[in-house]
Write a protein that binds this ligand. Structure first.
Ligand code: IPM
Ligand code: MG
Length: 351
């Protein structure tokens, strides 16, 4: 088990350090090697995803990823911006299936901005397609029209094959859970999404015991706030999944709690918290490392088949929450808070 550790920018190094400590403490015999990515890699090597980093990722059995993004590099040409590192890794490694679970821990019900009765017990899984859609579609660019005005354009596109394979992932995930799959699209307006719906319905014929429903993305955004417990598994495209997963994170109380797994056909995976680099709180030892620690648990479960070890990490996280240990993002008013490393200490102690 060779793990490639890519801390990246902002709070990335602080939160991955805690997940690395947890993995080491588990004594599973995995080796870890670190490489720069994102803005950190641009500064060190002139490119957000240097060849040496990509090669290390390819030579590993799984990737633990922190976050990328650095406002001060936003004026670079797009291909050199930090975000290109994560987009490049997803594309190069064909990590098309992105699992973003949103679970409400009983201790954090009060941290959600929604009423406790709306979110208590929530356990949903968003499966986001990750290597297609308007994120990667060509042509794209900014050009000048004959009248001298500039025009920006991007292309939303999905092939049948791309839709079919992520639909299968959605149905199979639902089969292991409560057997309900909601496909989110915008078939009422976009041709790409009409094809999405047709293909999902076709694939659904192979899974007669899964209850398949469809929602338009605008309605899904509303339903997530109105009655999130109606959902079991949601499958959707790259851009809609980006937006809905941030929204779903707030149901759980904090985006600092949400892990993710991005997998290819062979279950090779990149594991990352969904929250991003949070430059405003970087280097202050206040970021919540739990999403990254929970991402490491997902790695053990999905890439290494170590379900029991993953359970142990998740149980340790639940225990520290039950003990009342809180970083600022998940603390109720008046509660004492701990920093990033102290939260890591508490998880280690619980382990
Ligand atoms: C995410 C992030 C990324 C995305 C950014 C950093 C490119 O928002 O993983 O959700 O848009 O996919
Ligand atoms: Mg996002």
């Amino acid at each position: 088990m060779k793990i490639c550790v890519l801390p990246g920018d902002g709070i990335g190094p602080e939160i991955t350090a805690e997940a690395v400590r947890v993995l080491k403490a588990m004594n599973l015999g995995c080796t870890m090697e670190e490489a720069p990515v994102g803005g950190a890699a641009y500064r060190a090597k002139g490119h957000p995803l240097p060849d040496s980093t990509l090669q290390l990722a390819k030579d590993s059995d799984a990737i633990l990823f922190g976050a990328v993004g650095d406002f001060s590099l936003d004026t670079l040409p797009r291909e050199l911006r930090p975000e290109q590192a994560i987009l490049g890794l997803r594309k190069e490694l064909n990590l098309f299936a992105n699992f973003r679970p949103a679970i409400v821990y009983p201790e954090l019900v009060q941290a959600s901005s929604l009423k406790p009765e709306v979110v208590a017990g929530l356990d949903i899984l968003i499966i986001r397609e990750l290597t297609g859609d308007i994120y990667f579609g060509k042509p794209r660019g900014i050009h000048t029209l004959p009248n001298g005005e500039r025009e920006g354009f991007d292309t939303m596109r999905y092939s049948e094959g791309e839709i079919r394979r992520v639909a299968h992932v959605g149905f199979q995930a639902a089969a292991k859970r409560n057997k309900r799959l909601c496909s989110v699209d915008k078939a009422n307006v976009l041709d790409t999404m009409q094809l999405w719906r047709e293909v999902v319905i076709e694939v659904g014929k192979e899974y007669p015991d899964i209850a398949l429903t469809h929602q338009y993305v605008d309605n899904a955004a509303m339903q997530l706030l109105k009655n999130p417990k109606q959902f079991d598994v949601i499958v959707t495209g790259n851009m809609f999944g980006d937006i809905l997963s941030d929204e779903a994170s707030m149901l759980t109380g904090s985006i600092g709690m949400l892990p993710s797994a991005s997998l290819n056909e062979k279950n090779f995976g990149l594991y990352e918290p969904i929250h991003g680099s949070a430059p405003d709180i970087a280097g202050k030892n206040i970021a919540n490392p739990l999403a990254t620690i929970l991402s490491a648990a997902m790695m053990l479960r999905y890439s290494f088949g170590l379900g029991a070890a993953a359970d142990r990490i998740e149980a340790a996280v639940k225990r520290v929450l039950a003990q009342g240990v809180r970083t600022a993002d998940i603390a109720e008013a008046g509660m004492a808070t701990v920093g990033t490393t102290e939260m890591g200490d508490a998880v280690l102690a619980a382990l």
